[in-house]
Design a protein around this ligand. Structure first.
Ligand code: MG
Length: 493
């Protein structure tokens, strides 16, 4: 029988409170000396082309470009699913979202959240002696039982969900009033408590700065011990907010200003590592939770050559920029064209730190060989494109099979402007086979030319359906686990 989370942590000696046991503390430090700090910077709705080295236009990202020059840039890196909560569940657990039953973007007061029985990156790393801090957007359930302190983090400051969402007890200014948007008051949470209400759009202008300040403080306070810093910016998710430091700074306008401030934040974090003499001993990972929300027009980012954006299974949805730096282990100025995913972060960190993998099945693979630039390494050759528990496609190597489904689309509709959204189209797209190496924009179905490839990818899809289910074909997955359900004790929020 699979052990519970607590049994697993106790059995593997990872019971979190190791700092209380001198003998175990020594063991923690022994492991930690060989293990790097981990800084994981996760942005919200930043598009594939929204970093200088990925082709950004109208704004610059010198710190991210510098990070890529000192480390590795991934061309084919996937968030597991192109929507906030599902994507975050995967990053922190190494599991496709259907495996842990987190779907879409959880609303305030949601009855479900990330099951605290799941083992997160923070659980794993805390178990081997790391200090763990989360600053920024959480979005894996806003009931207290689902918040970061219950999921392996020692510290938390941030918004429990997206910056465009209403708390359950907010009695309702409509989202649009005339031609102006009204935005709701938001609970800024510290630990498990509401620290203050962010109730003016102007307050959102300070979010990037405030999260950054907490991240820097966390680095400074933990410079002597290994740490895991999860800095999950609310930006550039709408409504956009940027401080005076960067307002009006970019040619592109507000969206460019917001990205430039995120780049400033990256620079501040890197400077803090330098200041504490930690740069050589820290693995820095930068990526985004999903592609741009394109119907917000000039308040959305860019996918460059990719088809569609957020909320779709075409490449513009889940394919995101990803940069990793670890001096001495990751070669400088490297470009990785192999597939990799946020799913792979947890097992890779487990391999690096010697932490035990979770006892229940996960979907990520250890990509350390890719990070080390081993030319023949190919740990992830297959990716399953889930969205809202629908298996919408699978990829093997350069081939991507898309299955007929109804989708949000940004094609043929007029986007909004200056913070107002435009409509979606809702086409049904046909089953197709795309050659991503020669057709990165998924324009031409080549099914008829490659029947063997079609057969193989259809077999891969059957494995996915049997394992994690598929609403498109009415399949139940054999390995789907339950979400966390809100307890009575948590029902007050
Ligand atoms: Mg997002």
């Amino acid at each position: 029988m699979t052990p519970t989370r607590r049994e697993f942590l106790q059995r593997t000696g990872l019971a979190g409170l190791c700092l209380g046991t001198p003998g175990w503390l020594a063991a923690c430090e022994g492991v930690a000396r060989r293990s790097p700090n981990v800084v994981l910077i996760f942005t919200d709705d930043q598009g594939y082309a929204d970093v200088g080295v990925y082709g950004a236009e109208g704004f610059t990202t010198p710190h991210l470009d510098g990070l890529a020059a000192q480390g590795m840039r991934f061309t084919d890196f996937y968030a597991s699913e192109a929507v906030c909560s599902a994507s975050r569940a995967s990053l922190l657990t190494g599991c496709y979202a259907p495996r842990v039953s987190i779907r879409g973007a959880l609303t305030p007061g949601a009855q479900v959240g990330l099951n605290p029985e799941e083992i997160t990156i923070a659980d794993l790393l805390r178990g081997v002696g790391y200090a763990t801090g989360a600053f920024g957007k959480w979005h894996l359930g806003d009931a207290p039982q689902f918040l970061p302190l219950q999921q392996g983090f020692d510290q938390y400051l941030g918004l429990p969900y997206s910056n465009d969402m209403w708390p359950v007890d907010y009695d309702g200014t409509p989202a649009t009033s005339g031609n102006k948007l009204r935005w709701p008051p938001l609970p800024l949470i510290e630990g498990n408590e509401v620290l203050e209400i962010v109730d003016e759009l102007a307050d959102q202008d300070q979010l990037t700065t405030r999260y950054t300040e907490r991240a820097l403080d966390f680095i400074d306070r933990n410079a002597e011990s290994p740490f895991f810093l999860y800095l999950a910016h609310s930006m550039p998710h709408v409504p956009l907010g940027v401080s005076e430091k960067y307002r009006g700074h970019s040619e592109q306008g507000m969206y460019g200003d917001v990205i430039e401030e995120i780049d400033w934040s990256v620079g501040q974090v890197l400077a803090a590592l330098d200041r504490n003499g930690l740069a050589e001993d820290t693995l820095v990972i930068f990526t985004s939770d999903n592609g741009p929300w394109l119907n917000f027009g000039n308040h959305a980012g860019s996918t460059g050559p990719l088809r569609e954006g957020k909320g779709t299974a075409f490449e513009g949805g889940p394919r995101v920029p990803a940069i990793m730096r670890w001096p001495g282990r990751i070669p400088p100025a490297a470009v990785c064209e192999r597939m990799a995913s946020t799913l792979d972060v947890l097992p890779t960190l487990a391999a690096i730190t010697g932490a035990a993998l979770p006892p229940q099945p996960i979907d990520g693979v250890n990509i350390l060989a890719l990070l080390e630039g081993q030319p023949d390494a190919n740990p992830r050759n297959v990716f399953w494109f889930y969205y809202a528990a629908e298996l919408r496609g699978v990829r093997e190597g350069k081939w991507k099979r898309v299955f007929e489904h109804r989708t949000r689309s940004y094609v043929g509709v007029e986007p909004g402007m200056d913070g107002l959204p435009g409509p979606y189209a809702q086409p049904t797209v046909p089953t197709a086979l795309y050659d991503l190496e020669n057709d990165i924009g998924e324009t031409t179905d080549v099914s008829d030319l490659h029947p063997d490839v079609v057969r193989r990818l259809d077999e891969i899809a059957e494995v996915a359906r049997a394992t994690l289910g598929d609403r498109l074909t009415g399949r139940e997955g054999a390995e789907v686990r339950a979400p966390g359900r809100k307890s009575l004790a948590g029902a007050g929020r």
